[in-house]
Design a binder for this molecule. Structure first.
Ligand SMILES: Cc1ncc(COP(=O)(O)O)c(C=O)c1O
Length: 397
């Protein structure tokens, strides 16, 4: 008889992000005349950078000619894309790496999940907390996480490494020894990251215990920060074009590690799923990387403006606080109203059209994830509307 994977069924409820997406869509359908101001977004808000648009047409022209037409990509992904990643994302920061340390995929999210297929089921995982849910959820599907406790919202066989304001968002290293550590830097949802010294301390401990460290670095690169895979033989970084280079729709990501055997295995796994990324996307991805300086400059300017605005805004809102990240593009607003984050966000959205991602999506209450990489006008308008709404909340606390 047909049966569903038990481990899949253990996942707590439907995927919260898609539930939220559905709520926003329902609100838009029910209120066609009202504007939705998305301040929690994970998507981009501005079109492709002009430098890329100008050259995009040449990708189509290449596909029209027999000599340059491309089909499935070879092993690891097209050489032209891997070389461009190496030149623009790594060598530009002084890291001398080879193109065969890169495996091209269809996004950091797929990589974060798919790589688990080549790890043994009895590996013990540790994960920073709070964090983007995909690492724990995909390990749950694989049967590596034990039993879920809906009260604590934790799994019995996962080691959680708290990142709090008190420990400066540096994950507390576990007393119990894991086999693989999953991190996300700059972190989603806090936006915080490790400095050089903190990263080195972490690597020393990992070396001592011979641990693999998988770091989701999809938010890295705006300010040329270090990558774990530059520094540690067993460091695996997942990255891509979706965040700091503003092109999530291309679905291009990559894994970088000095561990050649791991690259071989993950490449072999690709043959059972996506086969390869698409050549037009790869071409556009290479262009995006080639003109990354212009794109990053634009994005840094937007981000800095929004961070300054938020800093000032917070001064007038004593019930909200936030560690504004130096590098990350999201941040985690803490509030001290006695209302759970899901209700808070629902009420705010229903009454004003302003939308944040509730902290409960990351198993943290009394927080809202705020996307800083948004059109500055939208950020200002949204925070003003939010401000007026909070006045009502202040008096009814
Ligand atoms: C931490 C993190 N990793 C990965 C992703 C998705 O990356 P990609 O578009 O490359 O799959 C997201 C998207 O929100 C994210 O927040």
């Amino acid at each position: 008889m047909f049966k569903i994977n038990d481990n899949y069924l253990k996942l707590p409820g439907s995927y919260l992000f898609s539930t939220i997406g559905k709520k926003v869509a329902a609100y838009t359908a029910a209120n066609p005349d009202k504007e939705v101001i998305k301040l929690g977004i994970g998507d981009v808000t501005l079109p492709l950078a002009p430098a890329v648009i100008k050259r995009l047409h040449s990708a189509v022209d290449e596909m029209a000619v027999k000599e340059t037409f491309k089909g499935y990509a070879p092993d690891l992904g097209y050489e032209f894309l891997r070389t461009t990643i190496v030149e623009n994302d790594y060598k530009a920061r002084g890291c001398d790496i080879a193109a065969d340390e890169i495996f091209v995929s269809d996004g950091a999210k797929s990589d974060s999940g798919n790589i688990g297929d080549i790890f043994a089921v009895d590996n013990k995982i540790a994960v920073c907390d709070p964090v983007y849910p995909v690492y724990v959820d995909t390990n749950a599907m694989a049967g590596r996480t034990g039993v879920y406790n809906p009260e604590t919202e934790k799994w019995s066989d996962v080691i959680y490494m708290p990142c709090t304001k008190e420990n400066n968002f540096v994950p507390e290293l576990p007393k119990e020894e894991p086999d693989i550590i999953y991190l996300c830097f700059p972190n989603n949802p806090t936006g915080t990251t490790l400095d050089h010294e903190e990263m080195h301390q972490l690597i020393q401990i990992c070396k001592k215990h011979d641990l693999y460290v998988l770091v989701d670095e999809i938010y890295r690169g705006l300010y040329q920060e270090e990558s774990i895979s530059d520094l540690y033989e067993k460091g695996i970084s997942t990255s891509g074009l979706s965040k700091v280079l503003s092109t999530p729709g291309l679905r291009i990501g990559w894994i970088k590690t000095k561990d050649k055997e791991l690259i071989r295995l993950i490449n072999e796994r690709r043959d059972y799923s996506i086969i390869s990324s698409g050549p037009i996307n790869d071409y556009l991805g290479a262009l995006t990387l080639k003109y990354s300086k212009e794109i990053l400059k634009r994005n840094r300017e937007i981000l800095e403006e929004n961070k300054c605005y938020l800093k000032e805004w917070l001064k007038a809102h004593p019930h909200l606080s936030c560690v504004i990240p130096k590098y990350g593009t999201v941040c985690f607003l803490k509030y001290d109203y006695k209302i759970d984050s899901n209700t808070f966000c629902e009420k705010l959205q229903e009454e004003t059209g302003v939308f944040f991602v509730p902290g409960c999506c990351f198993d943290v209450e009394n927080h809202l994830r705020f996307g800083l990489a948004n059109d500055s006008q939208i950020v200002k308008e949204g925070l003003e509307v939010f401000s007026n709404w909070l006045k009502k909340l202040d008096t009814s606390r």
